[in-house]
Design a protein around this ligand. Structure first.
Ligand SMILES: [Ca+2]
Ligand SMILES: [Ca+2]
Ligand SMILES: [Ca+2]
Length: 137
């Protein structure tokens, strides 16, 4: 935001700048950058699937809405529920042993359990024994 003019009798005229990190309430948000898909767009509008707080002549902070079924990219995943144990936990983090993806960032995540690769630990062969010991990581 910058202000010009002004005198003893007249007020300054102030202009809000989008992207300077000062939300002077003319825009929906100002997160201090002109980057999209981080919650506050380059046009200083709150993006779909995000929420922002702060502002009021200070910077806005934005985060992705977890559980809305849109995997917008800030959270690991979003499978449109708050259920643990299905690959994407209640806080939209990918659970251990799962992989989640979405076809695009307006859709919900689809999660699959990872099939661990089999690593051969050692191979034993003798006249009486023959087996492979598997090591799972
Ligand atoms: Ca931004
Ligand atoms: Ca989301
Ligand atoms: Ca879930």
């Amino acid at each position: 935001m910058y202000c010009i003019g002004g005198s003893i009798t007249g007020r300054d005229v102030c202009v809000e700048i989008c992207g300077d990190g000062i939300d002077a309430l003319n825009y929906e948000c100002d997160d201090g950058n002109l980057v999209n898909i981080d919650g506050c767009s380059q046009a200083c509008q709150v993006e779909l699937g995000f929420f922002c707080w702060g502002g009021n002549f200070a910077i806005n902070f934005c985060d992705e809405i977890c559980g809305d079924g849109m995997a917008r990219g800030l959270d690991d995943c979003d499978d449109e529920n708050f259920v643990d144990g299905d690959g994407c936990d209640a806080n939209c983090n990918t659970e251990f042993g799962w992989i989640c993806y979405a076809d695009n960032n307006y859709l919900s995540s689809i999660c699959y359990p990872i099939t661990w690769p089999m690593i051969i630990d050692y191979f034993v062969m003798s006249t009486t024994t023959e087996y492979i010991k598997e090591l799972h990581i």
